[in-house]
Design a protein around this ligand. Structure first.
Ligand code: ADP
Ligand code: MG
Length: 212
């Protein structure tokens, strides 16, 4: 059984049909990349996979269970979709602390360790409203990985990152994958993901085609 299966899905917005009758499966413990231009449907695809948006036709199955039937959202997913919102007057640590408290309990140590992994430990006292775009992006990555979720759905995780940070985050994702995490990520830039991913799809003419 595949970890995630999209079965004959289509999604339309005002005359625009995305992924017309597409079927694709994602297997455990692999890294998948999805490349597409702005507006090609990357974020919509991820919103469907995590149950925020439903396809008009077809179904999304996670561990064999169809989303929207007995289960609205998949379990054990760490997610970045589009631009996440933060509390500007709080520090990065405080934002993660707040998000961690909604779901489960994570220790302060775990949050600090995660901030260090993404390269934000030196900003511990800085408020998020003073963060650069790249720093906000790192905070989004920290939020997605801090709970040790089995599946990471990362929409454009390399956006706004400088070259060294891209290298660091690539290494981080590789090591999480070595620990057994399944990772799906999108990018509008081929180079960012082709070295990292086991399999790559491109969205062209609003359809998914496998290129690796
Ligand atoms: N809620 C919505 N209402 C209308 N159109 C939408 C909606 N969400 C997405 N779209 C359209 O679907 C297309 C794909 O969007 P999106 O998945 O966000 O692209 P991207 O690949 O840049 O992430 C775009 O043309 C966008 O305008
Ligand atoms: Mg997008």
């Amino acid at each position: 059984m595949s970890l995630i299966e999209l079965r004959n899905i289509s999604k339309s917005y005002k005359g625009l049909t995305l992924f017309e009758n597409t079927s694709v499966s994602f297997e455990k413990e692999k890294i998948y990349g999805i490349i597409g231009h702005n507006g090609s449907g990357k974020s919509v695809l991820f919103k469907m996979i995590c149950g925020f948006v439903f396809p008009d036709h077809g179904g999304i199955f996670v561990n064999g269970e169809e989303l929207g039937k007995n289960r609205r959202f998949p379990e054990n997913f760490g997610i970045i979709i589009d631009k996440p919102g933060y509390l500007g007057d709080k520090t990065g640590f405080e934002n993660l602390r707040y998000l961690a408290d909604i779901q489960n309990k994570i220790s302060d140590e775990k949050i600090k360790e995660t901030l260090e992994k993404v390269g934000l430990h030196y900003t511990i006292k800085q408020k998020v409203k003073d963060y650069s775009l790249g720093m906000k992006q790192k905070l989004a990555i920290a939020q997605a990985i801090m709970e040790d979720q089995e599946v990471l759905l990362l929409d454009e995780p390399f956006n706004a990152l400088d070259v060294d940070s891209v290298e660091n985050i690539r290494g981080l994702l590789k090591s999480l994958n070595n620990e057994g995490k399944t990772i799906l990520l999108t990018s509008h830039n081929n180079e960012d993901i082709e070295v990292l991913c086991d399999h790559v799809f491109r969205i062209r003419n609003y359809k998914l085609e496998q290129i690796k």
